[in-house]
Design a protein around this ligand. Structure first.
Ligand code: MG
Length: 454
């Protein structure tokens, strides 16, 4: 795929992402899709309206009617598409800085398009083969104003509302000025929680914090948890398909630890979990303990979705999937990452015991990351060949889905070229810091030796 990456297409507005481009994407999608109606939706970014208008215009020009959902979390847009059996164009750059925006395409089954479907649309963009509707057949546009309410109601019906309400939880919430600001505060109140918010007014300038829910951006939320004596803190990214948690002491919980804790709670023996090749040892250990299978895909949500659908076709049960960034799938509910739903599933656990207890078994793991820069293709090739030999010679179980991942049982190492920079990245993780360091440095020396020998 030239235009679409593993999570749609994103760029800086006015530079790599323009209304002209979004117009062409919409015309191509409207040409490929067979139905006569498409939803458009956006997050809170200042440029969202401009791109929604471009998308709506492109769709109308090929004869498609448009349902404009306004500002909604990505999972709410996806739910609408599934419910109406129509595809959708979602304008969002997820967790990226405010100058970014992007386009995500959703099928009429409410699932992000597969690589094959995206490639068909790309062909039309590149060859500029678009339908052209005559003047009396261009599409019309209508606003649909109930999407967030319908989404919230469905969430409420699908979580353990009574257990959460009975626990009388105080919840601190930081939706990061994103689309979750319009849904999650009310949703948590309807679950019976006492809700305290920060950065909860929708604002595409993201004045209070950057959109990515990583520890360095969650100082406000940590302080709010401590100041209000909250039981837990919840943070979303800009389109609210991720949830990251803060424990009752005001410590941000790593996304890897919350994924492992939720997996431990919701996996049964014989189930499958799906994650990417950089998955934490925490999830490996949980799956071992439970007796569940762990399937690893290349990095990126699209790849996880594809693998989950393959497992479904084989008749397997996949109760949980996701990466360590707070984006967790509960595929038996819906094949989408849904920040509000992830939050409620974690609250079901917090209703029983403190957040810090829930994640305690998944805290003592150490990650080491080493980057090796290269100057030319010859150096890259030498390093990848060295990684190949290193993998073959090791006594670990190799996985070459995306780079070289070696699982040693108690620890792992991954060698993988960066997709965006001239670097080969080495990741390692273990219970003991020394073990992780040793694994990473051993792989590093094999790669550096190969470059030195050129
Ligand atoms: Mg997102």
């Amino acid at each position: 795929m030239k235009l679409f990456g593993s999570s749609g297409t994103r760029g800086v507005v006015g530079e790599s992402l323009t209304p002209e481009f979004v117009l062409r994407v919409a015309k191509a999608a409207g040409t490929v899709w067979t139905g006569d109606r498409v939803a458009v939706a956006r997050d809170t970014r200042t440029t969202g309206e401009m791109f929604v208008n471009a998308a709506a215009s492109g769709l109308a020009s090929v004869g498609v009617d448009v349902d404009d959902l306004g500002v909604v979390p990505t999972p709410a847009a996806v739910r609408y598409c599934e419910n109406q059996s129509i595809p959708g164009v979602v304008i969002t750059a997820s967790h990226n800085p405010p100058e970014f925006n992007g386009v995500k395409l959703v099928g009429d089954d409410g699932i992000e398009l597969s690589v094959e479907e995206l490639e068909r649309i790309e062909d039309h963009i590149l060859t500029e083969e678009f339908d052209v509707a005559p003047w009396d057949e261009v599409g019309s546009c209508r606003s649909v104003g109930t999407v967030n309410d319908d989404y919230r109601e469905e969430l409420l019906a699908n979580v353990d509302r009574e257990a959460i309400a009975a626990a009388n939880l105080t919840v601190a919430l930081d939706p990061g000025h994103g689309a979750g600001s319009l849904v999650t505060p009310d949703f948590l109140r309807e679950l019976g929680c006492e809700v305290r918010t920060v950065n909860a007014q929708p604002d595409g300038h993201f004045p209070g914090r950057q959109s990515e829910p990583v520890p360095e951006n969650l100082g406000d939320l940590e302080r709010l948890v401590r100041a209000t004596d909250a039981d837990v803190g919840i943070a979303h990214d800009g389109d609210a398909d991720r949830a990251i948690f803060v424990d009752e002491h005001g410590q941000t919980i790593s996304g890897e630890a919350s994924l492992a804790a939720l997996a431990a709670a919701f996996l049964e023996p014989g189930d499958f979990a799906v994650s990417a090749v950089n998955v934490s040892q925490r999830l490996v250990d949980v799956c071992d303990d439970v007796g569940a299978e762990l399937e690893l895909t290349p990095i990126g949500a699209t790849n996880l979705i594809t693998r989950i659908r393959e497992l479904w076709r084989a008749g397997e049960n996949v109760p949980i999937a996701g990466e360590g960034n707070g984006g967790i799938f509960f595929p038996n509910y819906r094949l989408v990452r849904d920040g509000a739903y992830i939050a409620a599933k974690f609250l079901e656990l917090v209703a029983e015991r403190p957040a810090s207890d829930i994640v305690a078994p998944y805290q003592d793991y150490y990650n080491v990351r080493i980057n090796i820069e290269y100057d030319d293709e010859a150096e890259l090739t030498a390093m990848l060949n060295a990684a190949d030999e290193y993998a073959a010679a090791s006594d670990a179980t190799p996985n070459t889905t995306d780079g070289y991942r070696l699982d040693y049982g108690d620890a792992w190492v991954l060698v993988r070229p960066s997709g965006t920079e001239p670097k080969v990245r080495i990741y390692a993780e273990a219970h003991e810091e020394a073990r992780a360091t040793e694994l990473a440095e051993d792989a590093e020396s094999a790669l550096r030796t190969a470059v030195d020998d050129l």
